[in-house]
Design a protein around this ligand. Sequence first.
Ligand SMILES: [Zn+2]
Length: 380
Amino acid sequence: MPKLLSLALDILMLLYADDIVLLSRSAVSLRAKLKILEDYCTLNDLTVNTEKTKVMPCRSSGRVKKGDKDFIYKGSSLEIVKPYTYLGVPFNISAHGGSPITSAIRKGKQASGTGLNSCYMEKLEIAHLYFYKHLLNIPACTPNYVLRLELNLSHISLEIFKAAFSWVIKILDMNQDSLPKICFIRLIALSKVGPDKPNWIHHLKKILQTIDEVNILDTLSLNHWKLNKEKIINKYQEFLRNLDLERYTHSSACQIILYRNPSDGLPSYLQFCSQRLIVPMIQLRLANLFTCNISVDKSVIKLQPKQTCRYCHNNEAETVKHFLLDCPFFYIPRLSHLQLAEELGPRMNLALILDHQSPTNLKSLHHFLRDSVKLINQDV
Ligand SMILES: [Zn+2]
């Protein structure tokens, strides 16, 4: 926002449907704006509901100053509030942004606790991974499986499955006449009849079936569930990881398929290098067939693999491979920083650049990208 605004330009108000937010830097200015609003509404025969109109002073100290009081609209005194929820987002007097974040986290936790239904789990997964895509400036169309593999992230369904498993153990530890236990036994019986009615046991059963462990539902012994918890959760984790690996190996959306081992943890470069070096490496390793952003310091190189290269005009697709290995436009930076590529010539492949994760290699790549940006800017 500060980049968009200057001293000569400011946001006076926010309008959404029939809601207005007046923004002011001082109490005096707000009173003047309220008077203008009053005149405008009188002229246009509009009414403001003063019962619903609130004034929220914003101060980093979190305290309301004496002068931040007595705001009048058409003779009615407006209520001063410290927290206020606007369009579902809570704000508070300190305006540090803690309230919206806490609220978003709480809603996320509530959502992840709503059930095991696979279509809702996919929606949660999209929201979960969107955070990483946004943070790393990775296109939204990047497949989720490759992002999970690269960052060694669990699928959200694993977290929900763990919570459901622990909840079953808790229920089994309850007395026979406790309401959760009565409901649980009834839900198990209903799940055998059919999946027509909403029933979380049915979704738990589906997960257990995928890993061939559905028989555990026939044994409602606390000890049996406790003893098998770790084994079954690990089995589901492995199942999900293998599923991601399978989809990645046969991906029709990723530009580059690197060799990945089922037991691979977090790639080493993510553990030892600075964010400045990490981000472009991730963006290149996860490049998809539609678009690719490469963040280099404060610039971004955008590659459009579906189009022909706009730098060399050689009728070659603008892929990561063409950019890193072949494009003559980037010959000089390649020669200076990716000598490996030049020495190996046709034997060179992307894995040697993108899977060689030493800090030295990442620095060389960064220097190549930095000089490539300079070339692009000179050419504009
Ligand atoms: Zn080119």
